[in-house]
Design a protein around this ligand. Sequence first.
Ligand SMILES: Nc1ncnc2c1ncn2[C@@H]1O[C@H](COP(=O)(O)OP(=O)(O)OP(=O)(O)O)[C@@H](O)[C@H]1O
Ligand SMILES: [Mg+2]
Length: 360
Amino acid sequence: MSAPATRTIVPGTNATPATLAAPLAAPLVRVRGLTVEFKVTSLGRATETVHALSGVDLDIQTGEVYGVVGESGSGKTTLARCLLRLLTPTRGRIDFDGTDLSTIKGRTLREWRRQAQVVFQDPVGSLDPRSSVRDIVAEPLGLHLGLKGSEAEKRVIELLDEVGMGRHHLTRRAHELSGGQCQRVAIARALALRPRLLVLDEPTSSLDVSVQAQILNLLGDLRRQHGLTYVLISHDLSVVQYLADRIGVMYLGQLVEQGSAQEIFDANLHPYTRALLSSAPDVDGGTRDRLLVHGDPPSATNPPTGCSFHPRCWLTTQLGSPEECRTTPPPHIDAARDHQSACHFANELTRSNKPEGLPQ
Ligand SMILES: Nc1ncnc2c1ncn2[C@@H]1O[C@H](COP(=O)(O)OP(=O)(O)OP(=O)(O)O)[C@@H](O)[C@H]1O
Ligand SMILES: [Mg+2]
């Protein structure tokens, strides 16, 4: 998150200046001021700028699962594409293991690509339906490592085994597989080059609930076995809750809150995060007070002034629509160690996730 100014609050007893100052290990991925603007022209209209990402700052530590949540259009996939160097940002910088990604090219870039792999939402659509499982998983082995024939086949069988598929799947075509099996094959292919970072963009959202759980379990096992680092993108909070160590909440191209999964679920300090959580289905089937975010997100071509969430913010309404929400971009407040919220009135939010006393 990029902050015009940072003030430190220590609400409750959760953080002390000493814990705020404790150093973290050097991150595997360091993102600073990441900004992506798309120029779009529709027939008969002037060129407009889509503000897909605006000044995103985040660190991803080696071995952690960094969850990214937010509504459709909030910039999650754009962030993923930048992390994979599939998209060049308009401004800002991404360092991977201390190297500025924008400076690598040619052979070094090809080598680097082995380290960061992706699994997309639509496993069926992302695999060539007529290709065999063997060819799909062997492709990166041939391209990047020069493995062929029996050597490649041996490694393909190992990879299939890791994702819970037997060698009898080798000759099956992608169109003959179920959605869950396709996703296992896509994961096997992504693991083929032993990456350090796996970007998972809505990896389970096209799958049935029971299959979703199997794939999430598999991802959890693989992460432990291989010490992988994940960026897990999902609009489904329960998916992120299942695996993530830390969570970034995106709204209209900005990271409005980030912190440990526990802080985000139990002690969040942004009205958007709180509303997102309270609108999620209750896993216990119980009833719960809901904080609703009204209306659709504003257009990314014309984001609101001040805090981009203010036109839909229940807290702003409750506080009588203070001028600073409408006019001034909120600073990124350090709420606890490694927990920031971009809200002028984060202090007004109690460190409880229950919306008691707040508008229903
Ligand atoms: N190639 C592009 N050209 C123009 N605008 C784009 C392009 N790609 C994304 N956008 C816009 O950038 C914004 C962020 O899009 P993005 O796909 O990153 O969102 P998302 O959070 O992944 O959404 P979803 O949950 O629907 O996948 C949106 O307003 C989107 O319309
Ligand atoms: Mg997306």
